[in-house]
Design a protein. Structure first.
Ligand code: DNO
Ligand code: MN
Length: 372
């Protein structure tokens, strides 16, 4: 069976409490990170231990990390990358020594995810994260900032605060002219360096796909489709090199067939973490996030869960972003209510698919989902 988790930003950065998360039916643990430590610095082992104790005291397990962020200088292959990779390895050791065995991360230059609207009103009165390529695709960083600065309607882009203009423009410049293959070479360098430590502690690394799965701001992006994922699997064949399969990120491109990607024999055994959510296509390079329920979006979550079950996925899963509903004021995408609905829906799908095949569900008595 899959192990249902929820992302928790930690005691100081999340309004949602562990007590609330614990009450979501079938919830087994949380995925968290030391968000206060900047990318490039080593995570102290005792800080991870403290976080784990807080989670366990609330009756949950700390099942994985999302994310240990990769410093930009590693991505573009800067002179100081070896030192930064050494720090990354120290962070992995801190995680491994605390008996945590999954780390989600991404290798997207400069941006983690891109949306053009954080609160698009939907007909049902909820709001959702949305993306409209027409607003931004094809623009350079300078043009993008000009557009924001001159917008008369208060248009804001997450991650594009006007006071970060110089910093972001400089970061993007560093990747100017870099090809996908060059970025892949830097990625391989990173993977080759960290894999021995991952193997020592059995830490499964799950790379998160580019979100959305399109090219943006002239930056190379190498985790956008099935072919990219296969290249990553082949780049370093350690059993610790794998994926955080994010259905909403890959699914932002209608050409990505998620059940097919999941069933790819090069990808399937390397899925260590599943982010499952839905998106609704509203045009070409245009979508907004929807509830998890299949018929409210463009992705068929039943087919996705079925594919995961068929390939023997028994790993960590979490509902991904939710809409903002019931007047909750939340970190965009990370309110409690819609994610809780999503988790329960995913558990329902898993139960139905497994029992339909004559399997027991749940089948793991150690899981808190078995009896609470
Ligand atoms: C979005 C998330 C991503 C993910 C990172 C992993 O909400 O799924 O931001 O955490 O890309 O490094
Ligand atoms: Mn995701």
């Amino acid at each position: 069976m899959m192990h249902m988790t929820m992302r928790w930003y930690g005691p100081d950065q999340d309004k949602i409490t562990l007590k609330q998360i614990r009450q979501v039916p079938g919830m087994e643990g949380v995925i968290t990170a030391l968000h206060e430590i900047p990318a490039g610095e080593a995570w102290p082992e005792e800080k991870v231990r403290e976080r784990k104790a807080i989670v366990e005291k609330a009756g949950l397990k700390l099942m994985g990390i999302e994310s240990i962020n990769v410093h930009e200088d590693i991505k573009y292959g800067g002179k100081n990358r070896d030192e930064l990779i050494d720090n990354y390895i120290k962070s992995l050791e801190a995680v491994g020594k605390n008996d945590i065995h999954m780390v989600c991360y991404n290798f997207m230059p400069v941006f983690d995810w891109t949306r053009t609207d954080l609160a698009l009103p939907l007909p049902d009165g909820s709001t959702a994260l949305a993306y409209d390529g027409k607003i931004i695709e094809g623009l350079s960083a300078e043009e993008m900032f000009d557009r924001i600065a001159n917008a008369s309607n208060g248009f804001e882009m997450p991650g594009w605060e006007l006071n970060r203009r110089d910093e972001i423009t400089a970061q993007i410049k560093k990747f100017e002219g870099m090809t996908g293959d060059e970025l892949r070479a830097n990625y391989k360098y990173f993977l080759d360096a960290i894999m021995p430590t991952c193997e020592k502690y059995n830490i499964k690394m799950g790379v998160h796909p580019d979100d959305p799965s399109y090219d943006l701001f002239g930056l190379p992006r190498i985790c956008k489709c099935e072919e990219d994922l296969v290249k990553i699997a082949e780049m370093n064949t350690s059993p610790c090199n794998g994926f955080s399969l994010c259905t909403g990120s890959l699914g932002s491109n209608p050409n990505n067939n998620l059940p097919k990607i999941i069933r790819n024999p090069k990808i399937a055994p390397r899925i260590y973490f599943a982010h499952v959510r839905n998106v609704l296509y509203t045009g070409d390079h245009q979508f907004h996030e929807s509830s998890h329920v299949s018929h409210t979006g463009s992705l068929d979550l039943y087919e996705i869960m079925k594919a995961l079950i068929e390939v023997g996925f028994n790993g960590l899963i979490r509902p991904d972003h939710g809409r903002e509903i019931w007047d909750e004021i939340a970190r965009p995408g990370y309110g409690l209510y819609d994610r809780a609905l999503g988790a329960t829906y995913l558990i329902g799908l898993e139960e139905a698919i497994r029992k339909g095949k004559g399997e027991a569900y749940p089948n793991d008595i150690n899981s808190v989902t078995a009896k609470i």
